[in-house]
Design a protein around this ligand. Structure first.
Ligand SMILES: C[S@@+](CC[C@H](N)C(=O)[O-])C[C@H]1O[C@@H](n2cnc3c(N)ncnc32)[C@H](O)[C@@H]1O
Length: 402
């Protein structure tokens, strides 16, 4: 799934002018400065060059490129840890200087949105540095590097057919190879006797506590038609079909999600689930008895297409979904909104704002089911956002026209 506008990268190699198609999943511009590196380049040299903005074209053993990427990651983490320690000690001093306990908790609470933005900046910087380690692939995504695996199937599945040489980051390549493994093995869904097969660039349901919410919620009186808005792998549409909804229409904006959901529906032999690539609601569809949506849960700008499942700038999708839902509902129809409150703990959205959007959309809360995430990050007390993550609750809000 390559960007429609082709971009090329040009560089000098052994006094020859070279060029290749530039592939970047995070939409980074073609590198301006490239040097050749190989097994003799030390991790410190590579780290210094990458931090200075120079891209490193790998010309050594394939597995050693993986080792170099790990060494770069360790160096970034060390630098980030030192800078976090400095910030934490500054913040602690500010809190200590506040003259009573209430002011101290206020001082700590004020730092939370800053911590979130600092963490995103650090992630963006980490991604820029790590993406500077590049690989050249021949047409059909083949590589002459020592110990290079066969990458054709994984890269074609991730980036589409390509019959010209390309340059891409080793990181994007690893993403494609990892995704191919998930796609082959599948992700077993706890509580359900099924596995979901995620494709590259599609939200993988590895944190699926919310599945139980969808299984526990009582179905509306009538179960003829349901929509799954922002279907991703198709997981929620599959659950609705298995729970007895007669017709399910799943939508997503991401073409990769379309292909992935279609693959999952076919594997399960579901003939009553249809797909539409759409911004929010399907067109030319009947009114729905049930509309389900698990939108991206953090109101912040996505920095790459891969982040569109998690970040929703200004909560535009969430608000658009709520605003449009009522006009697509049949009589007695219900909306099931699945939403984590992490944004509230990070002070990116308030509960009152969310409740206000329900009211403005003409929707009233019928009931709410809650669950607490059990994934690793919610238990990791070394994470700077631990306070917010450990308090996170994911809810299924059952809404009806007011
Ligand atoms: C958090 S993921 C949920 C995926 C899936 N429903 C699940 O629960 O595993 C959010 C999904 O919404 C999709 N999405 C984001 N904005 C959208 C929009 N305006 N219209 C349709 N889908 C959208 C993303 O591509 C992504 O697949």
């Amino acid at each position: 799934m390559l960007a429609t506008e082709k971009q090329y990268v040009h560089w000098q190699q052994n006094q020859n002018s070279r060029s290749a198609r530039w592939l970047s999943e995070s939409n980074q511009l073609p590198p301006a400065r490239i040097v050749l590196v190989d097994d003799k380049t030390t991790a410190d040299q590579a780290y210094r060059l990458a931090c200075e903005g120079t891209s490193l074209l790998w010309n050594g053993d394939f597995h050693n490129a993986r080792q170099l990427l790990q060494a770069l990651t360790r160096r970034i983490e060390r630098t980030n840890k030192r800078s976090e320690q400095r910030k934490t000690s500054k913040a602690a001093t500010a809190a200590d200087n506040a003259d009573d306990t209430t002011n101290q908790s206020l001082a700590t609470a004020k730092q939370i949105p800053n911590l979130f933005h600092q963490q995103r900046q650090a992630q963006a910087q980490r991604s820029r540095i790590l993406s500077r380690l590049l690989l050249e692939l021949a047409p059909g995504y083949s590589s002459q590097l020592r110990r290079a695996p066969d990458m054709t199937a994984a890269c074609t599945a991730a980036f589409g057919e390509l019959d010209e040489p390309c340059l891409l980051s080793f990181r994007d390549l690893q993403g494609a190879l990892g995704a191919a493994q998930w796609r082959a093995k599948g992700v077993p869904i706890k509580g359900l006797d099924l596995s979901i097969f995620p494709h590259y660039g599609v939200f993988a349901p590895t944190r699926h506590e919310y599945v139980q919410l969808l299984l526990d919620a009582p179905l509306p009186a009538s179960c003829d038609v349901a929509f799954d808005i922002g279907s991703g792998t198709g997981l929620l549409a599959i659950i609705l079909a298995q729970r007895g909804l007669k017709q399910v229409i799943a939508t997503d904006l991401n073409p990769r999600a379309m292909a992935c959901a279609s693959d999952n529906f076919t594997r399960l032999g579901l003939s009553n689930v249809q797909l539409q690539q759409a911004d929010l609601f399907p067109t030319a569809a009947p009114l729905a008895n049930l509309i389900v949506c698990n939108p991206p849960w953090l109101p912040a700008k996505p920095s790459s297409p891969l982040e569109y499942a998690v970040y929703d700038a200004n909560s535009a999708m969430l608000r658009g979904f709520l605003q449009g839902a009522k006009q697509h509902l049949a009589a007695q129809g219900e909306v099931w909104l699945i939403l984590s409150d992490l944004a509230e703990h990070l002070q990116l959205r308030t509960r009152d704002e969310l409740l206000g959007w329900f009211v403005a959309a003409g929707l009233a809360v019928k009931y709410r089911l809650d669950t607490r995430p059990k994934h690793g990050r919610s238990q990791d007390d070394t994470d700077p956002l631990f306070a917010a993550r450990s308090s996170e609750v994911t809810s299924l809000w059952c809404l009806q026209p007011a």
